[in-house]
Write a new protein. Structure first.
Lengths: 361, 361
């Protein structure tokens, strides 16, 4: 795919010199070296991505990619397909969990209709990139055509370009789509070679019987689409979803634009996996926001030795875990920029002590 | 101790009815039941502590208890004793890591001089509760007298009363004191019966040789003070520190006042352990902010089956991990209060869709 080839060419591993400079700054600050543990690694990487001595994450945005899934007709979810569109309306109305957590993180929310089975009129906060009214049921063949895949990937890349133009300094991924844990587990099974039952979870909260059906559905899909499972993009085409492909495009685009991306849960991890299989240096640009309760994510984390920021058993999606993690990342950035060095503190402490003495006179 | 007896009498386990009401509210909101995992447990507990249907953590404060330790003369730290007072000046000047992370969390910082080896004049943000100019070296006998212990505990209780009067809705614990990981590990070893080497870490970053000395120092102290190790308060007196006792007093006081307390790392966990051994219901009121890199904390978490909010390998203290955890807790509270219910969303979604249709005319 031409679009991707030129983008992938743009992606380069981070320069060690920024890590060294960042470490030097952290070690000059008034606390024992290394005492902020993983927080320091996170901010070092942000420094290296942004190639700056003063990293900034003031402008944050979470992009919620929404789409319907043909496989939902196999009865793999607790919720009917209509819920996807209803939740999009709730995101636009500002009353869903992602809206609350995005406000808490100081991030704006953009909803991308990638392929919801509903026609949305123009409205603020909605980006219309509909590829189709949902994917095909991948139990009977590929979820999308190759041109649909390209549209979906391009939509994600375009979002990354808009983020760059808007000056967004930290991107979060979000998702909504009834059936999308089924697609995500299928993508992860296909790309990691793990047994389907190892990477399939309870989604919205299905019972053992539905879970067994979900596993069988994925196994059937992987068999049916076996000829597609040779490369990451074909896997997305065969058993992915429009929002998953969109997020993959966003991740690749952000890595090319040097924008750090916070990955949410299972769905975004499946998308990240596809992106990482295309170009391992993308790992430098992504932060796994949290360890999902959905077991399939673990295969992605393990494959790339990635450590999530949070571990709270979240399994909602929407971008909620990414937003919570943004708060931690922003804390790390503020520490980096604002904490005094030993040299500064020596001067400042004298001033504080002297002022206190004068006040006490 | 009279002070504590009446306080402990005031502490009661949380009422199940608030948990049930909180769960009902969470399950009415527009997302799959239980999909926010541990975040939901956290907010349910906040609801039950505050006994309200609209929990609030707008007013947050982190109390940084500072003191010097006689045992520092055994060479158990990388830093000289003077650093305790210097860091207090930095906290007051607003340029230390805790100041930055407290601002990020929207919390105010109060520094309590519990026993720093330095005389501080009056200054804003400093609470003067000095018990003495540092504890005695507990290798030769108890760290403090019983009246010093009572002063230190009372100071912590008074802080909790002031927090209540100030309308503080969420308290964080912080600490500063060269040598205080040694005291904390000693307290934890004494109260859990774990081998000293299992609960002793690298503190500010000591090497293997100093670590071995630190272990021997604690073992010597526990032998020397064996007759004191019969109850939690005597343990604090024998091998604790003024800031550890102060934090223990704060925790007991907050539980009595029904103020949720976020515990920081090793030092606060040692204090929490002493408090919990006095009254197990205190566990209902504390949130372990993070899993510390300091191994001694694990014994406390395991003993009470407690799950920390964050896991970032922090080992700084000051209250930094508590402040980061406050951000997550506040996110949980906002979700609880602000996310629409299914019934509300149905109405609101119609309104959004209709407005969009009209706009599209």
């Amino acid at each position: 795919m031409k679009l991707f080839e030129s983008l992938l060419d743009k992606i380069s591993p981070l320069s060690p010199s920024y890590f060294i400079a960042a470490r030097r700054r952290l070690e000059s600050q008034i606390r024992p070296a290394g005492s902020l543990g993983y927080l320091e690694e996170l901010v070092e990487r942000l420094v290296a991505i942004q190639e700056t001595s003063t990293p900034a994450v003031d402008k944050k945005s979470v992009y919620v990619f929404a789409a319907d899934h043909g496989v939902a007709e196999e009865g793999v979810s607790l919720y009917p397909r209509e819920v996807t569109a209803q939740m999009v309306y709730s995101f636009l109305g500002g009353s869903a969990t992602i809206n609350v957590l995005a406000r808490h993180a100081g991030a704006e929310v953009r909803v991308i209709d990638m392929g919801v089975d509903h026609t949305f009129s123009y409205q603020r906060g909605l980006v219309r990139k509909k590829v189709a009214y949902g994917t095909a049921n991948f139990c009977h063949g590929p979820a999308m055509t190759s041109s649909e895949l390209e549209l979906a990937l391009r939509a994600g890349v375009e979002i990354s370009e808009e983020a760059k133009a808007d000056g967004i300094q930290l991107v979060g991924t979000g998702d909504m789509g009834i059936g999308n844990t089924t697609s995500s587990s299928a993508v992860i099974a296909a790309l990691t070679g793990k047994p389907v039952s190892d990477v399939t979870g309870r989604g919205t909260g299905i019972d053992a019987e539905i879970w067994e059906r979900k596993v069988r559905v994925i196994e059937t899909a992987l068999e049916k689409n076996a000829s597609y499972l040779t490369d990451p993009l074909r896997v997305l085409q065969a058993v992915g979803g429009f929002e998953i492909a969109g997020i993959a495009g966003l991740i690749v685009g952000c890595a090319a634009e040097r924008i750090p991306v916070v990955i949410d849960g299972l769905i975004a991890s499946a998308a990240a996996l596809a992106a990482l299989e295309l170009h391992p240096s993308i790992l430098d640009y992504v932060f796994f926001g949290h360890r999902s309760y959905e077991r399939g994510q673990d295969a992605v984390l393990k494959r790339y030795g990635a450590r999530p920021v949070l571990d709270l058993d979240l399994r909602l999606g929407e971008g909620t875990g990414a937003c919570l993690a943004m708060g931690v990342l922003e804390g790390a950035v503020k520490v980096f920029n604002e904490v005094a060095t030993f040299a500064e503190a020596q001067v400042a402490n004298k001033r504080v002590a002297e002022a206190a003495l004068r006040a006490g006179d």
